[in-house]
Design a protein around this ligand. Structure first.
Ligand SMILES: Nc1ncnc2c1ncn2[C@@H]1O[C@H](COP(=O)(O)OP(=O)(O)OP(=O)(O)O)[C@@H](O)[C@H]1O
Ligand SMILES: O=C(O)c1ccc[n+]([C@@H]2O[C@H](COP(=O)([O-])O)[C@@H](O)[C@H]2O)c1
Length: 209
C-alpha cells in the first residue's frame, strides 16, 4: 500500500510504486488516495478528482491499483483503518507492506496508534531526494527493535511488524506542492506528471491556472 493525498499524483509517486513492487517482489501495489487527510488541511481539490487523476496516471500499468477504499469512509482517513481493511481482504498470512516517504515517516509518532500499524503490515520508508531523514529521538529509539537490515530480513519471519528504509533506483525531487505552485504561477508541469494527469488538470480547471 502506498497512501497519499496525491494532490496531484506525480511521476515520483508512480515510479516509486513501480520500483517498490520490483524491489520487494510484491504482487501488487495499492495506491490509496486519502479522503480526509488526517494531519493536514483538507485539500481544495476533491478526493474524487484526486482519485480520477490517480487512475489516469496509472493508466493500466501492470501491478498498480488505484484503490478507492478511503473514499468510502467518512471522517479522517486513518491508515490504521486502511491496513485493517487490507488485512481482512488478504487474510492473516499474506505479507503486507505500507510504504511512506521520509517526510511522512519522521512524523509517525503523531499518527493514530503507530504501534498498532505494525500489527497489520511491515513499513517501508522510501528515501526522498533532497531530504535528510531526521527522526525525533524518542521515535528513533522506539523503532530500533523493529528495524530490519534488508528486504530478506523484513520478510523473514512474519507477515507484519518490521520496518526498513529503501533507496529506490530512480529518486525524483518532485512534490505536489511544487506542481501546485507552478500551476498557480502559470508555469509548465510537463514531464513532472503523466500527460493524462496534465490534461485532467487543464480540462477541470484545477489549481487556479
Ligand atoms: N518525490 C518523492 N519521492 C519519494 N516519496 C515521495 C515523493 N513524493 C511523495 N512521496 C511520498 O508519497 C506519499 C504521498 O505523498 P503526497 O501525496 O503527500 O505527495 P507530496 O509530493 O509529498 O505532496 P505535498 O507536496 O502536497 O506534501 C508520502 O508518503 C510521501 O512521503
Ligand atoms: O493514520 C494516520 O494517523 C496518518 C497521519 C498522517 C498521514 N497518514 C497517511 O500517510 C500517507 C501520506 O500522507 P501525506 O499527507 O504525505 O499524503 C497518507 O496515506 C495519509 O493518509 C496517516
Amino acid at each position: 500500500m502506498l497512501g497519499g493525498t496525491f494532490n496531484p499524483v506525480h511521476l515520483a509517486h508512480l515510479r516509486s510504486a513501480v520500483e517498490l513492487g520490483e524491489a520487494l517482489a510484491l504482487d501488487r501495489v495499492h495506491m490509496v488516495p486519502c479522503h480526509v487527510p488526517p494531519h493536514r488541511d483538507e485539500p481544495a481539490t476533491s478526493a474524487v478528482d484526486r482519485l480520477a487523476m490517480l487512475k489516469a496516471g496509472i493508466d493500466g500499468a501492470s501491478g498498480l491499483l488505484a484503490d478507492d477504499r478511503e473514499l468510502k469512509r467518512d471522517g479522517p482517513s486513518w491508515s490504521l483503518d486502511t491496513l485493517r481493511s487490507l488485512r481482512e481482504e488478504y487474510g492473516p498470512d499474506v505479507r503486507l507492506v505500507m510504504a511512506i516517504g521520509d517526510d511522512a515517516f519522521e512524523r509517525l509518532d503523531q499518527w493514530r496508534a503507530p504501534a498498532a500499524l505494525f500489527d497489520y503490515a511491515h513499513l517501508v520508508v522510501i528515501a526522498r531526494p533532497g531530504h535528510k531523514l531526521s527522526l525525533p529521538e524518542e521515535l528513533g529509539e522506539w523503532l530500533k527493535a523493529r528495524h530490519a537490515a534488508d528486504p530478506a530480513a523484513l520478510f523473514d519471519d512474519a507477515p507484519a511488524g518490521r520496518w526498513l528504509r529503501l533507496s529506490l533506483p530512480s529518486p525524483m525531487a518532485i512534490s505536489s506542492t511544487d506542481i501546485r505552485a507552478r500551476l498557480c504561477a502559470g508555469d509548465s508541469i510537463r514531464f513532472l506528471v503523466p500527460r493524462a494527469v496534465e490534461r485532467y488538470i487543464r480540462d477541470h480547471g484545477l489549481y487556479d491556472q
